[in-house]
Design a protein around this ligand. Structure first.
Ligand code: SIN
Ligand code: MN
Length: 287
């Protein structure tokens, strides 16, 4: 699956592309069925909400679960990003965010590249975010919000917020968010939130400013977030554990378009457990 010239122009202008119903109900059912067992594991890679047992985010499912390993190599997900970045890609980060009914907490306003630059020494913003909805996303269950065009600002100054939620994030202050929203159209389109059925996909720029509110609805909003980085732009520091920021920079080789349903065998490097080395970190740049 490749992007049209119009889609590439829209991405450049807005910083994101939305593909409603991109994966079928049967494909999503196979992924969705894996989530409860993954979330039940008492492992470092399951980060739970502050003061709650609900999983906020699960890291690296593609290393332990065959359906997610297939999604990580799916051409309907990878090819559009190769088109946008013009290079082969590796998996920088893979997470399944819970945003569970009644319990899912906020994600403050941020750019993902801020974290990748500050923590991982990723050289440039040549990396992309993809969201795949495993549940329907509506206005009540904490949809992702974007400030269209905000990626054009490049890297914005951010502060390291270690207290608001259970997960540290480089966040942008409210005064600057107000300005960015105003410049993007204020009440007329200054904030957008793509909503749609399970199986929908969003591709968004690593500098696009985004956030999401808490989920007070009775509906889970489980979504997979895959961060793909151009191979030449690989991270230069292992300050965060490997299950959060990956250290294998091999180019992703896509499987067939039918891989989720056809279920070809796939390697599961951490299938017998995460190695101790995945928890090791270093403050020094790699050689
Ligand atoms: C993220 O920004 O990484 C996650 C946002 C969300 O799950 O709503
Ligand atoms: Mn983010």
């Amino acid at each position: 699956m490749h992007l049209t010239r119009e889609q590439i122009a829209a991405f450049d202008h807005d910083g994101y592309l939305f593909f409603p119903g991109h994966f079928s109900t049967a494909e999503i059912a196979l992924l969705h069925a894996e989530v409860p067992a993954l979330y039940a594991r008492r492992e470092a890679y399951n980060v739970r909400e502050k003061g709650s047992d609900a999983v906020r985010t699960n890291f690296a499912a593609h290393m332990v679960s065959a359906p997610f390993a297939r999604l990580a190599r799916h051409p309907r997900m990878v090819k559009p990003v190769e088109d946008l970045l013009g290079e082969k890609l590796y998996m920088h980060q893979f997470k399944i965010n819970g945003k569970m009914a009644f319990e899912g907490d906020v994600w403050q306003w941020h750019q993902d590249y801020g974290t990748w630059k500050n923590d991982d020494l990723m050289p440039t913003e040549r990396a992309m975010n993809i969201a795949v909805f495993l549940d329907d996303v509506n206005e009540f269950n904490g949809p992702l919000m974007f400030i269209p065009g905000s990626h054009k600002r490049g890297v914005i100054e951010a502060g390291h917020d270690l207290t608001t939620t259970s997960y540290p994030l480089w966040t942008i202050d409210n005064a600057l968010i107000s300005q960015l929203v105003e410049r993007a159209g204020g009440k007329n389109g200054g904030i957008v939130s793509p909503k749609g059925p399970a199986g929908s996909m969003i591709v968004f720029h690593s500098c696009l400013v985004h956030a999401s509110t808490s989920n007070l609805s009775p509906w889970n909003r489980v979504s997979v977030y895959l961060s793909l980085c151009a191979v030449s732009n690989h991270i230069r520091r292992f300050k965060r554990p490997e299950y959060i920021a990956h250290r294998q920079f091999d180019a992703i080789e896509c499987l067939g378009d039918d891989c989720l349903l056809a279920q070809p065998p796939v390697a599961l490097p951490w299938g017998k457990g995460m190695p101790g080395s995945a928890l090791e970190t270093s403050p020094d740049p790699i050689q």
